[in-house]
Design a protein around this ligand. Structure first.
Ligand SMILES: C[S@@+](CC[C@H](N)C(=O)[O-])C[C@H]1O[C@@H](n2cnc3c(N)ncnc32)[C@H](O)[C@@H]1O
Length: 420
């Protein structure tokens, strides 16, 4: 078997670091690098000469050896190799004096770092895990990869190269992930709109784009001479012509937070409105930023449980299999676990936030219960209470709507109690 075992010097560094039982923080400290820089390198951003020197020293490996294993030969060896290719091969084979590892050994999955009855988490580069999973075995794939934002790429590489590298890295895991999707399965990719313009085009070669969903969340700071960036893009693809599962939640009528009055008149057909609420649109402006969670250790990187609850509920059923290649704080896995789905995940760096989160899912379960209380009904309890309070002042009429789904089906009784 031939081929590159590793795709970049960063892959080699990542493997050596884990072989030596070092966390990324520990290695970054030893090598006097910022942990973010090390993570970028491990994710495929080419290291500078100086960075590879420091990493080699900290891992007790010569920098040239790291480059060699990654398939990059030191420049001074190029002509020797070209002149004596057979000799180079013999030297390498003799140096190890063993049979090359069998392909089966190369492709075995590592032990998961954490499991539940429903899920498995691997502490590894997802590009090592995805090719080992069974093809067409997942109903839903959700991915929230690093966005390649505001990074210091080192002196050697300009922004253009960094962009190329990021796109190359992305298309590699994307292709692997698409292989794993069942026919009719759903693939969601969360990223900055500027990256998703590339990916929407790329992924459309193999999957059908159902929606470009705008997730309205303020992030970052205002940029001089630009509009204030205020949304992410969530691409929603399906394998084949139609989705296996499409069951989006309906949302309550948008009401005034003070009086409970309608913000829109929805065409004026109040009595004809679906008692389960209004249809979900492709602009999601009700996703809160994550701030309350004790597992929030990657500030902006952790997604809201509400987003994952919506995606998983819309595009999978109980018992279905969900894959998320980029663990982070494990929001997808927590949502999948609570919603009765099987899940598989990978996280290249520290998995302890995910494992600790699973030690006590009570907070996430409570959050999911709260989310589920306010979907698939026309009015939330809070809105109804306010409407009752202001019914005379604003002439609110409760008979206009079919409220049978609101407040657990006991609306009339509930309304009666306000009237007493
Ligand atoms: C944006 S965060 C994901 C956050 C997650 N969706 C959540 O809500 O908790 C991306 C994660 O991917 C991890 N990562 C980066 N490259 C990776 C790779 N090649 N394989 C697996 N995980 C990777 C990063 O360490 C980071 O934790």
């Amino acid at each position: 078997m031939t081929g590159l075992l590793f795709r970049s010097a960063g892959d080699v560094v990542s493997r050596l670091r884990r072989q030596r039982g070092l966390t990324d923080n520990e290695l970054a400290k030893k090598a006097d690098l910022r942990v973010g820089t090390l993570r970028d390198i491990e994710t495929g951003v080419p290291p500078t000469d100086n960075q590879i020197e420091k990493l080699g020293e900290s891992l007790n490996v010569s920098p040239d050896a790291i480059q060699l294993v990654a398939g990059e030969f030191p420049e001074e060896l190029h002509s020797e190799l070209l002149d004596n290719p057979d000799r180079a091969l013999t030297v390498l084979e003799n140096a190890f004096d063993t049979e090359p590892a069998s392909s089966e050994e190369d492709v075995s999955l590592p032990d998961p770092v954490f499991t539940t009855d429903q899920g498995k988490l691997y502490n590894a580069d997802c590009r090592e895990i995805l090719p080992q999973l069974e093809e067409e075995s997942f109903d839903l794939i959700f991915a929230d990869p690093p966005f390649n934002l505001n990074k210091d790429y080192g002196e050697k590489n300009g922004d253009d190269l960094a962009e190329d590298e990021y796109l190359r890295w992305s298309t590699e895991w994307i292709d692997q992930a698409i292989d794993l999707l069942k026919p009719g399965g759903a693939f969601f990719l969360y990223n900055l709109p500027s990256w998703n313009t590339h990916f929407a085009h790329y992924i459309s070669r193999r999957l059908n784009l159902r929606h470009w969903i705008t997730v309205d969340i303020k992030f970052g700071l205002p940029i001089p001479n630009r509009l204030y960036p205020s949304h992410y893009s969530l691409l929603y693809f399906v394998k084949g012509d139609s989705p296996k599962t499409f069951d989006p939640d309906r949302l309550p009528i948008d009401t005034c937070p003070h009086c409970g009055g309608e913000q829109n008149d929805y065409g004026g057909y109040k009595s004809k409105m679906n008692p389960k609420g209004v249809s979900l649109t492709d602009v999601w402006d009700d996703i809160p930023p994550v701030r309350h969670n004790k597992y929030l250790n990657r500030d902006a990187n952790q997604l809201s449980l509400k987003l994952l609850h919506r995606v998983i509920g819309m595009a999978s059923e109980e018992g279905d299999r969900v894959l998320d290649p980029f663990g982070g704080a494990g929001t997808t896995y927590a949502a999948a676990e609570i919603m009765g789905r099987e899940w598989v995940g990978a996280e290249l760096h520290d998995c302890s936030p995910i494992i600790e989160r699973f030690e006590d899912l009570a907070e996430d379960k409570k959050h999911v219960a709260e989310i589920e209380e306010v979907v698939n009904l026309l009015f939330t309890e809070d809105a109804l209470e306010k409407r009752m309070k202001y019914k005379d002042e604003f002439n609110f009429n409760f008979d206009d709507y079919d409220l049978s789904e609101s407040i657990g089906g006991s609306v009339q009784q509930h309304l009666g109690s306000y009237e007493e």
